[in-house]
Design a protein around this ligand. Structure first.
Ligand code: HEM
Length: 396
C-alpha cells in the first residue's frame, strides 16, 4: 500500500456513486487486486477489500467498533449497545443477548418458525406473480421477530412499519434529513419495545421475556439490545431473501439441488448465498493507533470500512469466487462479520432461511425470476433489491 492517491481506472464506476451502486463488484475486484487498502479521497474512508485484511480489521482491537459506529447516534438516549462498544465492555452487553438469540433460544422457536414458513407459503397465489421482497422476505422477517418478541398477531403491521422507518440509518450515507427521521423513528421503536417488553413478563415461550427478566442489564441496556436487534437485523434478514432468490432462480441446476437438499445442504446454501450478495456489504471501524495493514500503514484515527462483500469474492480464499456453488465448504465468508461482533443472530438467520428456501422451491417447482436487469436500490446498506417479481407457477 502507498499513501500516494490511487484512482480507479476510468472504465470502472466508484461503488458509492449512484451508477456504481447497482453493481459494485467490478470496482471492488479491481481495488482488491490493485490497492487492497485504498484511501478514498471522496468519502475520506479507507476501503479494505482483501479477505485477510478484512478479517484483521474485524478482529484486531486496534480497530474500534465503538468509534466506527458512533455516527449512528439515536434520539432515544439509550446507552451504548454491544455494536457500539469495544471489549471488555462489549462482553457484558453481548453475554445476556444470548437469551434472545443464542442457540437454545433459536431451538425453542424452530417448530413455530416452521409453522410460519408453511403459512407464508400457503398464502402465496398458486400460478400467480408476487414481489418476493415485499411478499416473502418482509413477512418472513416480521414472523421471526413476532416469535422472538411474542408479538400478538394483530401487531405485525405496526411492528413492521416501525422497523422499516428505524432501519434508515443502517446506511451510513443516507442524506441528513432522512437520517434525522430515522433517528426519531428509532426513538419511537424503543418506546414501543419498552411497552411491549412489560406485556410479556413471565412468559416462558418468548425469548424476549427471558432477556427482560435478566438482572445483568439495566432496563435501558436491555432496550438497547432489542432496538439493535431490530435495526441491525430486521431489514438485512428481509432483504436477504430477495438477494438470495435473485442469485438462485436463474441457475436451474442449483434450484433443483436446493429442492432436494437435506438440512445440512440447505445451511451450506444459505451461507453461499450470503457470501455472494451480503446484505451488510461493509462495516465501519476507526483505528486507535497506527496500524500496518496490507503492506502499508494506516494512521491512528483512520476511518476504515471492512468491505465484507469484496472479501467474500477474494480468489485467494474462494475458488471461482463469482460463481454460486451451493455446497461450498468450507465457506469462511464474512457476511456475518467476524471477531467479537460476529452476528449474534447467525444461527437464527441460517435456520430461518434454510427452512424457507428449500420449501419454497419444492412447493413451486416452476418458480421463475424476472428477465432483465435487477432492480437494485440506491441504498448501500443493506444491499437490497427494490423489488423482485417472481412467477410462482403451479404448486407441487
Ligand atoms: C441476513 C441477515 C443478517 C446479516 C447479513 C447480518 C450481518 C451482521 C454483521 C455483518 C454484523 C457485524 C457488524 C460489525 O461487525 O460491525 C452483525 C452483528 C449483529 N447482528 Fe446481524 N445480520 C443479520 C441478521 C440479524 C438479525 C435477524 C439479528 C437479530 C434478530 C441480528 C443481530 C445482530 C446483533 C445483535 C449484532 C451485533 C453483535 C455484536 O456487536 O456483538 N442480525 N450482523
Amino acid at each position: 500500500m502507498t499513501t500516494a492517491p490511487v484512482r480507479l481506472p476510468e472504465h470502472l464506476i466508484h461503488p458509492f456513486a449512484p451508477a456504481g451502486r447497482a453493481n459494485p463488484h467490478p470496482a471492488y475486484r479491481w481495488l482488491r487486486a490493485n490497492d487492497p487498502v485504498h484511501y478514498d479521497a471522496a468519502s475520506r474512508l479507507w476501503l479494505v477489500t482483501a479477505h485477510g485484511d478484512c478479517a484483521t480489521v474485524l478482529r484486531d482491537p486496534r480497530f474500534s467498533a465503538a468509534q466506527g459506529q458512533r455516527e449512528r447516534a439515536r434520539d432515544d438516549a439509550l446507552p451504548p449497545s454491544m455494536l457500539t462498544t469495544d471489549p471488555p465492555d462489549h462482553h457484558r452487553l453481548r453475554a445476556p443477548g444470548a437469551l434472545l438469540l443464542g442457540p437454545a433460544a433459536v431451538r425453542s422457536l424452530s417448530a413455530g418458525l416452521l409453522e410460519d414458513v408453511d403459512a407464508l407459503l400457503d398464502r402465496l397465489p398458486v400460478g400467480g406473480r408476487v414481489d418476493a421482497v415485499a411478499e416473502i422476505g418482509r413477512p418472513l422477517a416480521t414472523a421471526v421477530y413476532a416469535r422472538l418478541f411474542g408479538l400478538p398477531a394483530g401487531e405485525s403491521k405496526r411492528f413492521e412499519a416501525l422497523a422499516r422507518a428505524a432501519s434508515v440509518n443502517l446506511d451510513p450515507m443516507v442524506p441528513p434529513a432522512r437520517a434525522a427521521l430515522g433517528r426519531s423513528a428509532a426513538g419511537a421503536l424503543t418506546h414501543y419495545l419498552d411497552g411491549h417488553a412489560s406485556s410479556v413478563v413471565g412468559r416462558t415461550d418468548v425469548p424476549l421475556a427471558a432477556l427482560a427478566a435478566d438482572d445483568r442489564l439495566s432496563r435501558a441496556e436491555m432496550l438497547g439490545i432489542l432496538s439493535l436487534a431490530v435495526i441491525g437485523g430486521w431489514q438485512p434478514l428481509a432483504e436477504f431473501i430477495g438477494n438470495a432468490l435473485h442469485l438462485l432462480l436463474p441457475d436451474r441446476a442449483a434450484v433443483s439441488s436446493l429442492a432436494g437438499a437435506d438440512e445440512d445442504l440447505a445451511r451450506l446454501a444459505v451461507d453461499e448465498l450470503l457470501r455472494l450478495e451480503a446484505p451488510i456489504p461493509f462495516t465501519a471501524r476507526v483505528t486507535t493507533d497506527r496500524v500496518e495493514l496490507g503492506g502499508g500503514v494506516l494512521p491512528a484515527g483512520a476511518r476504515v470500512l471492512a468491505v465484507l462483500t469484496a472479501a467474500n469474492r477474494d480468489p485467494s480464499v474462494f475458488t471461482d469466487p463469482d460463481e454460486l456453488r451451493l455446497d461450498r465448504s468450507p465457506n469462511p465468508h464474512l457476511g456475518f462479520g467476524g471477531g467479537p461482533h460476529f452476528c449474534l443472530a447467525a444461527p437464527l438467520v441460517r435456520q430461518t432461511a434454510a427452512l424457507l428456501l428449500p420449501r419454497l422451491v419444492r412447493r413451486f417447482p416452476a418458480l421463475r425470476g424476472p428477465d432483465g436487469v435487477p432492480d437494485w436500490d440506491q441504498c448501500l446498506v443493506p444491499r437490497r433489491l427494490r423489488a423482485l417479481p417472481i412467477e410462482l407457477g403451479g404448486s407441487a
